[in-house]
Design a protein around this ligand. Structure first.
Ligand code: GAL
Length: 703
């Protein structure tokens, strides 16, 4: 029996009444993705030994290797991976075993084409890439259940298997599905939800353009139509149905694995993609989420022109914030370790010296306690021959491997931070129905994109740590009350229940900011006849009396907030304050509504709700953070230039400050309280020059 450093996870915590599912480790851990099937067996042992020398103690394997286990229908063999696992056992390498369902074997795709996904037209995506299957084919589910059962029964007993990854990146590459099985399953899903056709017709507004259904068999997922302008209410149901399908598919596998997995083996999946409610997925089937972090996608892709003022790789902190919203402590299953490239056109440069270390620390700063790199060695075959791992094709020493030595040292120096919680007093509220409705709502899609970026960048640049909080019916007042400021930029769909929850949050002392387009739709995406902004009207003491999308010919609108001009971009709700506690705080300047209220505040109990009539650019969001005094909560301890990110994790009453310099030049910072840089063990106080791509992890000194 080898002694492994067990990772386990369970519902270990409570955030309000909502269970929190986090990775739980004793120490920060490093690992790597490995593909035994790509390499000569004679290389295996040497590879594992070299990994260990670099501090990589976990490997993830088998996610695309179905054929190695079931080379023919119903014929199972474990010989190949048993030989590999024997070496892994001898080398005391811990293993995350994957279910290989992202790549069905050729014999399966060819014999049962019904397992394939299809485009809107119904044309099947053929064998040859990956993720070409659909979630709803009963045949595919049967084959998946078969292979997962065999693998779980065979590999769960291995003492070095620490966890399971289900599939690979659910909904990556394609997040819409139009196979025959999907159309049929959609009907069943709608029947269960709406019970009667009359109800469905009413809720989905099918009377418009004569779409009324008189038989369930007339209902399909969207199919090609003129301009592909499907019924938006049906399109919203489609997104919900896709998420439901993903969750059912993952749950089928998770339930099988749980029957075999000994206590301590976790179940997870990797990546965050469209049309999946990750809270529901994790709550129902997983122990926590793992994210795949490729910051070079943030910039320098050959298919993306350079953007001015773009935060580039720092943008990845947005994705990490999203992962943290699902699992406060999560893992990175794939952390970029080299240049990216696919034969189909994706291409990114080689990370510059120091950047892989920086990105590793970026993930850790945001709450990742496990970092697995993609991949050990650059593939010498296939679509991803340009996608680089730590080792080049040559397998010779290189400067990235030198960097890995340093990362190993750094992570070892802070390994006890595992379990430390990211600290934020500000959160941006999100929810899946609005995210998915935004696929077809042209106005809200645009304002959301701008405001998402605006708030993220404002929080980053003002050094105001910020969380995301996804609202659903299980989120409690207690969960909201962890934050002093909540921003819900464009809750186009806002139910009475959510509005009541927000009111209670404000009443107990919270500050809430809502933006344009709030509350004009119901849960089906219809626009009911009522004063705007619907259920936010009372909450914010406001009525929207007129509104307009700003055409590209309009000047950027401004609002005058006690003499400071703030941007009021993209869309303007023209407001009127209602009630004795409401007050117009800012007025529009320009356009036909010059002088009319743009911002209304409403005092409720000990808190204040704000309704801003526009979207939030970076400048607007920064103005809100400064004016309402939520910006830079740690400025008494650390003074940083905009170029550096600040993240704070806390454990056992001690704060750990991560300072990350994303720039290729030095950053001048000022440390106002004597602290220890855990990476070097030096005491720091006063002015400090942080190296290009440099990182500090400062522990608040008790002295
Ligand atoms: C991820 C995927 C990996 C690999 C990597 C680089 O999305 O999970 O299998 O493809 O990207 O392209």
């Amino acid at each position: 029996m080898i002694s492994v450093h067990r990772i386990f996870s369970h519902k270990q915590n409570k955030r309000g009444d909502v269970s929190v599912k986090s990775i739980h480790q004793e120490a920060l851990t490093l690992g790597v993705c490995y593909y035994p099937e790509h390499w000569k067996e004679s290389l295996w042992r040497e590879d594992l030994q070299r990994m260990k020398a670099y501090g990589l103690t976990v490997i993830r394997i088998a996610e695309f290797a179905w054929n190695k286990f079931e080379p023919e229908e119903g014929v199972y063999t474990f010989e190949f991976f048993d030989r590999f696992m024997q070496v892994a056992l001898e080398e005391q390498m811990q293993v995350i075993f994957c279910t290989p369902t992202a790549t069905p074997p050729a014999w399966l795709s060819e014999k049962y084409p019904e397992i394939l996904n299809a485009d809107l037209d119904g044309t099947l995506y053929r064998h040859g890439m990956r993720r070409h299957y659909n979630y709803n084919s009963p045949v595919y589910r049967r084959f998946c259940a078969g292979i997962v059962e065999k693998l779980a029964a065979h590999y769960c007993p291995y003492p070095n298997v620490i966890g399971w990854q289900i599939d690979n990146e659910l909904n990556c590459e394609k997040d819409v599905f139009y196979s025959e099985s999907d159309h049929l399953a959609f009907r069943t899903y709608l029947k269960e939800k709406y019970k009667t056709l009359d109800n469905l017709n009413e809720c989905l507004g099918t009377v418009f353009w004569n779409q009324t259904y008189s038989d369930w068999n007339q209902i399909f997922l969207p199919r090609p139509t003129y301009q592909n302008s499907a019924n938006p209410h049906l399109a919203l149901e489609e997104r919900k149905f896709i998420s439901h399908s993903v969750i059912e598919f993952a749950d089928l596998q998770a339930q099988i694995i749980r029957r075999y997995a000994p206590k301590g083996q976790y179940i997870t999946t990797n990546g965050l993609f469209g049309h999946v409610d990750y809270d529901e997925l994790v709550e129902r089937s997983l122990d926590f989420i793992m994210y795949d972090s490729y910051p070079l996608f943030g910039f320098e892709r050959k298919d993306q022109p350079p953007k001015k003022d773009d935060l580039k790789d720092r943008n990845w902190s947005w994705n990490l914030t999203r992962a943290r919203a699902i699992s406060p402590n999560f893992g990175i299953m794939e952390q970029q370790s080299g240049a990216g490239g696919w034969v189909s056109g994706i291409a990114t440069p080689m990370p510059k010296p120091g950047q892989i270390r920086l990105w590793t620390m970026q993930s850790i700063a945001h709450g990742a306690d496990y970092i697995g790199y993609f991949r050990w060695r650059t593939s010498w075959i296939g679509t991803e021959i340009y996608w680089h791992g730590w080792n080049d094709y040559s397998n010779q020493p290189n400067r990235r491997l030198e960097e890995l030595k340093g990362i190993h040292h750094d992570v070892a120096a802070i390994e006890r931070l595992a379990g430390a919680k990211y600290q934020a007093r500000v959160a941006v509220l999100k929810d899946y129905p609005n995210e998915w409705d935004g696929d077809t709502d042209q106005w809200s899609a645009q304002v959301n994109r701008l405001s998402d970026k605006g708030w993220f960048e404002a929080a980053q640049l003002t050094h105001t740590p910020c969380d995301f909080l996804y609202l659903n019916e299980t989120v409690t007042l207690q969960a909201l009350c962890q934050y002093d400021l909540l921003v819900y930029p464009h809750a186009v769909i806002l139910t009475e229940c959510t509005a009541n929850l927000l009111r209670r949050y404000v009443k107990q002392g919270g500050t809430l900011i809502l933006g344009c387009r709030t509350g004009y739709k119901d849960e089906y995406g219809r626009c009911p006849m009522r004063p705007m902004p619907g259920f936010a009207a009372d909450l914010c003491g406001v009525e929207v009396t007129d509104y307009t999308y700003l055409s590209p010919y309009d000047e950027m609108e401004q609002a005058d907030w006690n003499g400071s001009m703030i941007e009021a971009p993209l869309f303007n709700d023209i407001l009127e304050a209602h009630g004795s506690t409401a007050k117009a705080e800012a007025v529009y300047r320009g356009n036909y509504y010059d002088g009319k209220p743009a911002l209304v505040s409403n005092k409720i109990g000990r808190g204040t709700a704000y309704y801003y009539g526009a979207a939030f650019s970076r400048q607007t969001a920064e103005a809100f953070l400064h004016k309402l005094q939520f910006a830079a909560p740690y400025q008494g301890i650390l003074e940083l230039p905009e170029d550096c990110e600040l993240a704070v994790r806390q454990k056992d009453g001690t704060n750990y400050y991560f300072v990350l310099n994303y720039k290729e030049h030095e950053a001048r910072i000022s440390v106002k309280k004597r602290m220890t840089n855990l990476l070097t063990d030096e005491q720091i106080t006063g002015p400090y020059e942080l190296a290009p791509y440099g990182v500090l992890v400062l522990k608040e000194s008790l002295a």
